[in-house]
Design a protein around this ligand. Sequence first.
Ligand code: FAD
Length: 480
Amino acid sequence: MYDITVIGAGITGTFIARELSRYDLNILLLDKENDVANGTTKANSAIVHAGYDAAEGTLKARFNVRGNKMYDEICRDLDVPFKRVGSLVTAFNEEEMETIQCLYQRGITNGVPDMKILDKEEVLAMEGNLKEDIKGALYAKTGGIVGPWELAIALAENAVENGVELRLNSPVTAIKKVEKGYRVSAGEKTYKTKVVINCAGVYGDQIDQMINEKTFEILPNRGEYNLFDKSVGDMVKTVVFGCPSAAGKGTVILPTVHGNLLLGPTADPIDNKEDTRTTFDGLTSINDHAKATLKQIGFQDVITSFSGIRAKVARKDFIIEKARGREDFINVAGIDSPGLTAAPAIAEYVVEMVQASATSLEMPLREKENFNPRRTPSIHFMDLSTKEQEKLIAKDARFGRIICRCENITEGEIVDVIKRKAGATTLDGVKRRARPGSGRCQGGFCAPRVMEIIARELDVDMKDVLKDGKGSYILTEKTK
Ligand SMILES: Cc1cc2nc3c(=O)[nH]c(=O)nc-3n(C[C@H](O)[C@H](O)[C@H](O)COP(=O)(O)OP(=O)(O)OC[C@H]3O[C@@H](n4cnc5c(N)ncnc54)[C@H](O)[C@@H]3O)c2cc1C
């Protein structure tokens, strides 16, 4: 019998599972996919928002501002890339200047520190590549960028190191109320649990409906992106937002934590929650925004395009509540933007909810003495000094063999991410953890080598090594 079962190992579920792992509890983390962070968490803008966007008084506003503050310590503990580069909301006319004034006021109400309205000269001094007809911008010093899937993977690793049981390839298909809890059917197995926490992203409504009739509906909304090569990663230094409109926060141009340039997203309501295609119209619209905003931008440097799906709800706020008043079933749903930023604060709040129900659930929350907030640090060979590199190679020759020549990733680093807790089993799983295939050639050269390493380390046939999700086979037979 588990005390708590968390459904969904995206940023929300992994943060909650890791926060709960501070306590002496039996925790199960389930995900339908073959890796952590394979839903919305792997495809978003990766911005740690300052907090002036969300409407005053909402959970979004509250958890955005609180979550933002929590990022430094968490990313330090978990060895995850995070940079407070600051953000700008640009205004190119008087109407947009009025909008940024409203955002500034909302930011003040929401408790956002260190904001300033900049005039034209100040903006251009900060971002020299913005067009000269800019009128001003809202600057927020606390805006940042993070590696979203790296963070979720690190949280899962740390949660497992602290005793959480992670079960992948476990789609929850039924939840039955039993005495003192639930019986959760996932994959071939059934688990008994006292409490269920629903963090299933765009499928949050389906999980909720497994115990009763419909109470909310997830309205999927797609955002498309272009990712540029590192050679143009310094086109902007801060997170540069267009002025927001009814459709959303506005298109963003930003550096990534790994030095690329990211452009997007669109905001399109869609019917199919799996429809992650990119479209000519969508990519054209974001490219047009970049052309209208920047003096210099070249689309020959786009190395890949992708899209992610927002889990919107009619309520226009996060749904974080006991399902139909039940103490033992918590919905954490409708976690669209700024869900990534808010996730640490959401986790804190959910643990408070569990704590408040502890007596009636007969599940006291006792802090563990041996909780370790730090995960085993990962190895970044190229960040080491020559001396450290030589020492590492002398200890393990696999660090002397470069597999990915675009990103300079060694065999040793790839083996490390396969062997870790919550380790990689697929080509993209290795890419998300150690970055081979993230560079200009997008895996054109290193993918076969990485597949060989996965097959060797996991003792599986090369033909069974997947690109990413279930069924994404790459090879059919040997040719030479
Ligand atoms: C285009 C776009 C841009 C965004 N930009 C930002 C940003 O810059 N900053 C920010 O703060 N936020 C941003 N967001 C929002 C942020 O990405 C999300 O709020 C966050 O990733 C949601 O995480 P999650 O864990 O709730 O959902 P997910 O990451 O989708 O995780 C849900 C998990 O549940 C699993 N699951 C689903 N059904 C089942 C089932 N039946 N059984 C078992 N497992 C199941 C899925 O496999 C998945 O792993 C953006 C979102 C989008 C789409």
